[in-house]
Design a protein around this ligand. Structure first.
Ligand code: C2E
Ligand code: MG
Ligand code: MG
Ligand code: MG
Length: 290
């Protein structure tokens, strides 16, 4: 009907802009409400120590527990960032993360926890003292927390980022570069910034077993990164063959649906506890193959 007369396209176009603006306004209002009402929850995904198997690591992943269902971070974090709400959400995430670390400690669970930090949150005035205050309030040692930053965050403001990183490290926090293998994937980011961990993006892991050159690149990355003193985490491990490849390539840690999906803390811990047996079973099964 919009194309029925000459002005139709315009008439069709105008309301859709208005509708988009309205939807944005509604989302903004709902997100403000979510911040005020603390509607966020964390799910925890285990990170497997491929060699030692001793320490337990998790990544905290935020979900918006909106009436009607969970909303995933890819559907609201960028928006929150553009609306100036990501700092407030991030502070709630950090409080939940520290409270969980504290609860694990009281259960004799020697876990470390990785938390994702957005650009505007990281570069917000007062980020470091606020983080330190929250750690102290919950009685958690900063050494238990890894802060995950993307490469795009790091290169967005090199001098400022480097300064904040240095202060975080002084306090004992550790820093991971998230999603390596997408974007620029610049080696100088890993060489010139004080980072401890590099997480290979799931797109690289997905290429294992499918693309021999990508496979050679992944094993090359692993030894290169370890050679400059970094720990390597592979993300998005879904298949036993990917696990076997990474194990053989000497990858330090791995994370993915093969080991466990992100779940509320009690379920994540139960899953992580049964992991060792499952990994053992995996090895037996692979050995049984011709
Ligand atoms: P990320 O930090 O790279 O987190 C890994 C994402 O991959 C998570 O998606 C996780 O559920 C998913 N994943 C894990 N294992 C597998 C697998 O085997 N296969 C596949 N296909 N996916 C897997 P999620 O939870 O939807 O989070 C998406 C992104 O949102 C995160 O990517 C992170 O950049 C961001 N994010 C999550 N939580 C927070 C937060 O608290 N604050 C901020 N600022 N960003 C967050
Ligand atoms: Mg992450
Ligand atoms: Mg990632
Ligand atoms: Mg990501």
């Amino acid at each position: 009907a919009a194309k029925a007369d000459g002005g139709g396209q315009l008439r069709f176009f105008k309301p859709s802009i208005a509708e988009a603006a309205k939807a944005r306004m509604e989302l903004r209002a709902q997100l403000r409400q979510a911040v005020a009402g603390s509607e966020f929850v964390l799910h925890y995904q285990p990170i497997v120590d491929m060699v030692g198997g001793g320490a337990v690591h998790y990544e905290a992943l935020v979900r918006w527990n909106r009436s009607g269902g969970l909303v995933y971070p890819n559907d609201f974090i960028a928006f929150a960032e553009s609306e100036g709400l990501v700092g407030a959400i991030g502070r709630q995430v950090l409080d939940m993360a520290f409270a969980q670390l504290r609860a694990w400690e009281e259960d004799d669970e020697e876990a470390t926890l990785a938390v994702n930090i957005s650009r505007n949150q990281f570069l917000e005035e007062g980020f470091v003292p606020d983080l330190v205050r929250r750690a102290q309030y919950h009685g958690v040692a900063p050494t238990r927390m890894v802060l995950e930053l993307t490469e795009s965050l790091i290169i967005s403001d090199p001098a400022a980022v480097r300064a904040v990183m240095a202060r975080l490290i002084d306090h004992g926090f550790r820093i991971a570069v998230d999603d390596f293998g997408v974007g620029y994937s610049s080696l100088s980011v890993l060489l010139e910034y004080p980072v401890h961990i590099v997480k290979l993006d799931k797109s690289l892991v997905a290429s294992l077993g499918r693309d021999l050159r990508a496979q050679a690149m992944v094993s090359g990355f692993i030894s290169l990164f370890q050679g400059i003193g970094l720990e390597v985490v592979a993300e998005g491990v879904e298949q036993p063959a990917q696990h076997e490849f990474l194990l053989a390539a000497g990858c330090d840690m791995a994370q993915g649906w093969l080991y466990g999906k992100p779940l509320p803390a009690p379920f994540a811990v139960t899953a992580a506890r049964s992991l060792e047996q499952r990994l053992f079973a995996l090895r037996l099964r692979d050995k049984a193959l011709p």
